[in-house]
Design a protein around this ligand. Structure first.
Ligand SMILES: [Zn+2]
Length: 303
């Protein structure tokens, strides 16, 4: 018998599920492209496959953790992901509770991403065991996801930051170039309008994976400007980057971020943040989704 949970990652291009044990290890996974219609039916099939696999492999599931594209309404328990138009104020948690008969926690995908880094830090501090020491509680941590959309999750003063409606960290709509491209939100020059996968493709005519070094560097400069603003506001000392687009942009992208921080991070009283990729790479969204429902005894930094 092994204890674990069902982790679900819902993005604009991919639906993924995994069985994750309470020590943060993925034991089984499956994914499909996000369909343009009947998204929940597709997701339900994946979840049912996961439940069957858990049952045949003696895994006891204690809950379902879901990272979903934003925005969400946390008090109402609904999601309205911009890249899944048929889900508007959609009661995702209730639907998954009915399907799985397990407790379900739904949160924004970027907030799940930051929780994956909390798991990584806790494992590093305890040589692989999931016990968190108080020394991580004074770490100001931001995780930025760059994919179909752009968002961030924040873990400050030892807890995940939610905000009034659960959408704290929506860095994708911080303006980093007032003369930049129009954004779907109605503004101009938002980070998401410049560095999301679709935005890069619109501007360059090629996919984010194939863009030039100069373009990778410029994306880094834009992200760096947003990081400088966030760090000045929240006194963050560690920034991790993830998402399918972010992970593929590489060293030139990180160099662009450094350049922007050289220019814009002028407040000498604030600590310059360490900026790096997420520890768990492509697995981070699922490990983070699982961390939303890890037992408090194992994840004392989860509020
Ligand atoms: Zn915007």
């Amino acid at each position: 018998m092994t204890d674990g949970c069902l982790a679900v990652d819902i993005g604009g291009t991919k639906l993924a599920v995994a069985l994750v044990t309470d020590d943060g290890v993925i034991h089984w996974r499956a994914s499909r492209a996000t369909p343009s219609r009947h998204v929940f039916a597709e997701l339900a099939e994946l979840c049912t496959m996961a439940l069957e696999h858990a049952s045949t492999n003696d895994m006891v599931l204690t809950g379902v953790g879901v990272g979903c594209g934003g925005p969400m309404n946390r008090p109402a328990g609904t999601v309205s992901p911009l890249h899944i138009p048929e889900w508007c104020d959609f009661h995702l948690a209730k639907r998954l509770e009915s399907l799985t008969h397990l407790p379900v926690v739904v949160d924004n995908d970027a907030k799940a991403l930051v929780m994956s880094e909390v798991v990584a830090m806790s494992q590093q501090l305890t040589n692989g065991r999931m016990e968190l020491s108080n020394s991580t509680s004074n770490c100001g941590l931001m995780a930025i996801v760059l994919g179909t959309g752009v968002g961030a999750g924040l873990h400050v003063d030892g807890r995940l930051l939610h905000g009034v409606t659960g959408n704290a960290g929506h860095i994708g709509h911080v303006v980093v170039d007032p003369d930049g491209a129009e954004c779907e939100c109605g503004s101009r020059g938002c980070l998401e309008a410049l560095v999301s996968g679709p935005a890069i493709e619109r501007r360059t005519g090629t996919s984010a994976a194939d863009v030039s070094d100069a373009e990778r560097r410029m994306c880094g400069v834009w992200v760096g400007r947003a990081i400088a603003s966030a760090c000045a506001t929240l006194n963050i000392n560690t920034v991790v980057l993830g998402g399918s687009v972010g992970l593929g942009l590489g060293e030139k992208f990180l160099g662009g971020i450094d350049t922007a921080l050289d220019t814009h991070h002028g407040a000498a009283l604030l600590q310059r943040p360490v900026v790096r990729y997420v520890t768990f790479g492509v697995d981070a969204p699922l490990i983070g989704a699982a961390a939303l429902v890890f037992p408090r005894s194992a994840m004392s930094m989860v509020d």
